[in-house]
Design a protein around this ligand. Structure first.
Ligand SMILES: [Fe+2]
Ligand SMILES: [Fe+2]
Length: 233
């Protein structure tokens, strides 16, 4: 049983927000996802989708997009992206009840996998210049609280191995440290997986590879040409 991740599917079956204008990699990307995932992910595997799932502005407008994700192979765990308007921050528990047996929603709690690894996560946040610094700092604090809650819930349940899933990159552009990286180091996370950076010019915005003993991976779908990235065997 393996653990896979991908982000930024930006599905739009019920809206007219096509991503095709962002380059050839986006043309028919839904079909590439179906073909690649069915070939590479087995029913017993776990697939974590790290945000920006749908352009729908509410749950009704996301129905077909979420059904598309449900139909992918494996157990599906979702984190929240900045474009996921259907997922109000206080409604995570409600979504987990509504989609029980189909999709699982990760924000501030944890999920366990087939072994002793806890999957922890939240949306995260990085300052990108389109916000006031004070508001950005408030959002960073809130998301760091959620990540800490996630770690603590897993730790109290007896877990000592953690993989972190964020939507936003763990640091601001071209930086190598942040409150998020410090928190991940404090809990000795093994890996940090993130997306949000799509378009080739953004693929190296944040850290990748091994930093201070943690493996960082960007899994935005276009950076992977719509193949899921294997995180654990
Ligand atoms: Fe995105
Ligand atoms: Fe995003």
């Amino acid at each position: 049983m393996a653990l896979f991740a991908i982000g930024d599917l930006h599905l739009s079956f019920q809206t007219d927000k096509s991503m095709d204008t962002f380059g050839g990699v986006w043309v028919n990307h839904e079909q590439k996802v179906i073909e690649n995932f069915n070939a590479e992910v087995k029913p017993e595997d776990t697939l974590v989708l790290v945000g920006d799932h749908s352009w729908g502005r509410n749950l009704a407008e996301c129905q077909t997009d979420l059904e598309f994700i449900e139909a992918l192979p494996g157990r599906k765990i979702l984190t929240r992206g900045n474009h996921d308007m259907f997922w109000e921050s206080g409604k995570t528990h409600k979504l987990n009840t509504m989609f029980k047996g189909k999709l699982e929603f990760l924000q501030g709690q944890y999920f366990c996998t087939y072994n002793d690894v806890a999957l922890v996560g939240t949306k995260g946040y990085t300052y990108e210049g389109s916000d006031t610094p004070d508001h950005a700092a408030m959002l960073v604090d809130r998301e760091m609280d959620r990540l800490q809650q996630s770690f603590e819930a897993a730790r109290k349940a007896g877990y000592t191995r953690y993989i972190v899933f964020l939507h936003y990159p763990p640091t601001s552009i071209l930086e190598e440290e942040s409150g998020f990286t410090a928190l991940c180091e404090h809990y000795h996370a093994e890996q940090v997986v993130y997306a949000h950076c799509h378009g080739e010019e953004r693929f190296h915005d944040s850290i990748e590879g091994n930093f201070h003993g943690i493996e960082y991976s960007l899994v935005s779908g276009d950076s992977l040409n719509w193949h899921p990235k294997k995180i654990l065997d």
